[in-house]
Write a protein that binds this ligand. Structure first.
Ligand SMILES: Nc1ncnc2c1ncn2[C@@H]1O[C@H](COP(=O)(O)OP(=O)(O)OP(=O)(O)O)[C@@H](O)[C@H]1O
Ligand SMILES: [Mg+2]
Length: 344
């Protein structure tokens, strides 16, 4: 299958749709206008450029890249919460790129977002019952939060929160507990897809693994697929079946997790890997560090050719003029580098 997958059907009710990927993103471009002088729109932020990928059913696709590489924009575009300039997004076999109104509202029940900052994402004036039940009320599944009390109680319990949490306010909870509340809230809608946008980045290192474990535990129980966004490769390793590496709005590499760690085919992935600590101090010391120098390019004026060429130790004139396309290097392993064969 291509990193795009094949959208087999156009309707979610078609039998074939059950077997295809839950999400397919094809040639996706997102540009944000930037105001020039006198309020005129002069320039564009090239946040996503020709992105192709899919998320399989029940799969966790890790999405990794530096700040500004377009991860949140991609997650939001999949949920139809970022403007799509061109390309398409399919969800459950259905083209949702141009969906609007009631159809989009219905679709949003099936796709939820878990936010990065559990402190900012929960309204401090609402009780946990009101917060977790809010999406159910908004979508008219219950008339008021109280009607969902039993379900919310079960969800909180499932997410490892104490029984008395239901009538308390967010300030009574730690960061890790708040993220558990955020997860319970996302689960309340019984979604098929959760976009988890750096769900543990704001948490203490000591509780990160617990929250990742919770996401893993509820995945099969609730039949979820995840697009799991992270800054660095150490967080996504154990939760992701496949990992996509983003650089400056483009996909640099997509592969099964172990392939990314053991046989990276893009120099940017290699550089990211050198930042992941290895538990064995001897191996860690002997490892050749390929430290990333310089900054991610300005998305308003990205460089020609490969976007990594300004920082790549292997860059040649070809890289400075020709954009490398995402090509399959081995089964399921795709990379966008003119010289990826030299990396193995
Ligand atoms: N609403 C917007 N208007 C203008 N530019 C935007 C908007 N949203 C994102 N951008 C720009 O698009 C690019 C990608 O941003 P995005 O937030 O998707 O990156 P990210 O990979 O999630 O970064 P981080 O790791 O910091 O969260 C950045 O240059 C950002 O400044
Ligand atoms: Mg982000």
């Amino acid at each position: 299958m291509s990193p795009v997958g094949a959208h087999s059907t156009t309707s979610s009710s078609d039998a074939g749709a059950e077997h295809g990927p839950i999400v397919e993103v094809e040639s996706l471009c997102v540009r944000f206008p930037v105001k020039g002088g006198f309020g005129r729109t002069k320039k564009w932020v090239h946040a996503l450029d020709d992105v192709n990928l899919f998320v399989g059913r029940g799969e966790t696709l890790g999405l990794v890249g530096e700040s500004g590489s377009g991860k949140t924009t991609l997650g939001r575009a999949v949920l139809r919460r970022a403007p799509i300039t061109s390309g398409s997004v399919h969800f459950d076999g259905q083209d949702i790129t141009h969906l609007g109104g009631e159809q989009l509202r219905q679709l949003r029940r099936r796709m939820q977002l878990v936010f990065q900052d559990p402190y900012a994402s929960l309204n401090p004036r609402m009780t946990i019952l009101e917060l977790v039940a809010e999406p159910l009320v908004v979508h008219g599944m219950v008339r008021k939060a109280e009607e969902a009390r039993a379900d919310v109680y079960d969800l909180l319990d499932r997410c490892g929160l104490p029984g008395d949490a239901i009538d308390r306010y967010p300030h009574a909870f730690s960061g890790g507990q708040r993220q558990r509340i955020g997860i319970a809230r996302a689960l309340a809608m019984r979604p098929s897809l959760i976009v988890a946008d750096e769900p543990v980045s704001a948490l203490d290192v000591s509780v990160r693994a617990q929250v990742v474990n919770l996401l893993q535990d509820v995945q099969s129980e609730f039949g979820l697929s995840y697009l799991f966004i992270a800054h660095d490769l150490s967080v996504v390793r154990h939760i992701s079946q496949r990992i996509a590496i983003m650089y400056a709005g483009r996909i640099a590499e997509i592969a099964p997790s172990n392939e990314v760690y053991e046989r990276p085919r893009h120099p940017y992935t290699k550089a990211l890997l050198s930042a992941v600590p290895i538990p064995d101090p001897v191996v860690q010391r002997e490892r050749r560090r390929e430290v990333l120098i310089g900054e991610i390019p300005n998305p308003i004026d990205p460089p020609p050719g490969c976007r990594f060429q300004t920082r790549c130790p292997m860059a040649t004139d070809l890289c400075r003029t020709e954009n490398p396309v995402l090509e399959q290097k081995s089964p399921g392993h795709w990379a966008a580098c003119h010289y990826s064969d030299q990396l193995v």
